[in-house]
Design a protein around this ligand. Structure first.
Ligand code: NAP
Length: 483
């Protein structure tokens, strides 16, 4: 990698203020999805080495929780400043291991910085309450305290923003952290750890471990010293981790998969809807949890919307994310490519029509053509499963009730989108959609000021907003008698 600061490329874990390899020398090889070349390797820590990270976090916790929120905030701000100063190098690391275009990588890192600065401030507002008492000689109050050692397990699709989204609220609340990034994208988290070290966090406060997911996960979920698990990833793994946390009754937040509907009503601004659709569907090659999975278009505007969407899809440039003209990178790995293509081919064989793409890209490797499928029906595989690829299935509906019914026919409940200019419909549909988030005439949902998260099998808890801090705190009730 061509970095101005090679110090950011770390192939060791950060544990108790030290950079370590696995004791037995085991490693995980990391490849560039754009060309299949090896980038480097990260340690594959043993379960006992992960336990050492937890012990370090536990030992560091008393002093960290005693520090004022103001001082913790200063350290967070140091970290944020260093991340911003190293933005270009971090973007190269992110694109090289994850594949997204450099412009998206830069935006992701800036988004992560916004979360750090938000929580650096929000930690100072962890207010308690004074409650009117039930008798004259008593006083009732609550205080909010950090939950303890927090574990963070993050996915490969946003490796630079997921770490700040989880660790910044934890650290601001007064928790110490052990983070485990995806084995496909560990170098983003390790680069962020190198900057956290420079920012001055005391040893043990911020730890990053890498290794075999099941082994590391078993320790992070089974160790009683870990009091909180914050996980982002697939619904399947989230359910398993939830079960693993049950014996020690940990506080958990789960940001899981989605099956987002994008409803276009006949009264919508169709140009705005098509522009939103392009960003919402094809960003990160369709590999975001809030990517549209199903476009539901009112019958009377089907052709007008599809024409506008196709014109925009034709502008996408597929290639290596490091090339300046690229707007769509590769998929993350071979199983993802097979899955996306399998969903497309199965839907085509059931009668869907490819208006754009519909197959692997001529570049080969992990590249897939930006795809628009028409004549799609709800029972087709492309609607039933989370696609996680650059495929836009188009369905139609006759009226508002049918749109809402189709939108809600899924076990997921993360993001949903509605394009309409009717104020009454804005309220009615927003209230009826069984989703944690509704974007009305807007697709950029994630922002540090607002609570991001899902319902149903899309998860528990929220990231961002004042709610994001709450996920790492306990409310303690104190009663004073004899007043
Ligand atoms: P994943 O396979 O569930 O992996 C997520 C993380 O969990 C990775 O760090 C992975 O490690 C780890 N992991 C896997 N098995 C584990 C186990 N048995 N114990 C402990 N950790 C384990 O998900 P992904 O493929 O990386 O990410 C895509 C999924 O994440 C999609 O479903 C997407 O919708 C969801 N997602 C949700 C949100 C949200 O905010 N709701 C945001 C982004 C992504 P390894 O990589 O080392 O296997």
């Amino acid at each position: 990698m061509n970095l101005s600061n090679q110090e950011l490329f770390r192939q060791k874990c950060y544990l108790d203020g030290q950079w370590l390899q696995a004791g037995d020398g085991r490693t995980i090889t990391v490849t560039n999805p754009a060309n299949g070349r090896t980038i480097g390797s990260a340690p594959s820590l043993s379960r006992s080495e992960v336990a050492r990270a937890v012990a370090a976090a536990e030992a560091a916790w008393p002093a960290w929780r005693e520090m004022t929120a103001l001082k913790r905030g200063h350290l967070l701000r140091n970290w944020e400043r260093l991340v911003r100063e190293n933005l270009e190098d971090l973007a190269v690391i992110l694109t090289t291991e994850q594949g997204k275009p450099l412009a998206e990588a830069r935006a992701e890192i800036k988004g992560g910085c916004a979360y750090i600065s938000w929580f650096a401030e929000e930690g100072r507002r962890a207010y308690g309450e004074v409650i009117p008492p039930n008798t004259r000689d008593r006083r009732l109050l609550t205080i909010r305290q950090p939950v303890g050692v927090a574990a963070a397990i993050t996915p490969w699709n946003f490796p630079m923003s997921m770490i700040p989204r989880k660790t910044a609220p934890a650290l601001a609340a007064g928790c110490t952290v052990v983070a485990k990034p995806s084995s496909m994208t560990p170098f983003s988290a390790l680069a962020l750890a190198a900057l956290a070290e420079r920012a001055g966090f005391p040893p043990g406060v911020f730890n990053v471990v890498t290794g075999q997911a099941a082994e590391v996960g078993a320790e992070l979920t089974g160790n009683p010293a870990v009091r909180k698990l914050s996980f982002t990833g697939s619904t399947e793994v989230g359910k398993r981790l939830m079960a693993q946390c049950a014996p020690t009754v940990k506080k958990i937040s789960l940001e899981l998969g989605g099956n987002a509907p994008f409803i276009v009503f006949a009264d919508a601004d169709l140009d705005a809807a098509a522009a939103g659709a392009l960003g919402c569907k094809f960003r990160n090659t369709g590999q975001t949890c809030i990517c549209t999975n199903r476009f539901l278009v009112e019958e009377s505007v089907h052709d007008a919307f599809v024409d506008r969407l196709l014109a925009r899809v034709k502008t996408l440039r597929v290639g290596d994310g490091l090339a300046p003209e690229t707007t769509q990178g590769p998929l993350i790995d071979q199983p993802s490519l097979e899955k996306v293509d399998g969903l497309v081919q199965a839907s085509l064989s059931m009668g869907a029509q490819a208006l754009a793409g519909g197959k692997r890209h001529a570049l080969g490797g992990l590249f897939y053509e930006p795809t628009v499928l028409d004549q799609v029906r709800p029972e087709m595989p492309v609607c039933q499963q989370e696609i996680f690829g650059p495929v836009a299935p188009i369905l139609t509906f006759a009226d508002e009730d049918e749109a809402v019914r189709l939108a809600n026919e899924t076990r997921y409940g993360l993001a949903s989108y509605v394009y309409t200019r009717d104020l009454g419909r804005f309220w009615r549909v927003s209230e009826k959609l069984d989703y944690g988030m509704v974007g009305v005439n807007e697709v950029l949902l994630a922002t540090c000021e607002a609570p991001f998260g899902g319902i149903k099998e899309s998860g528990l808890g929220r990231e961002g907003g004042r709610q994001g801090l709450e996920e790492f705190m306990e409310t303690k009730y104190v009663i004073l008698g004899g007043v």
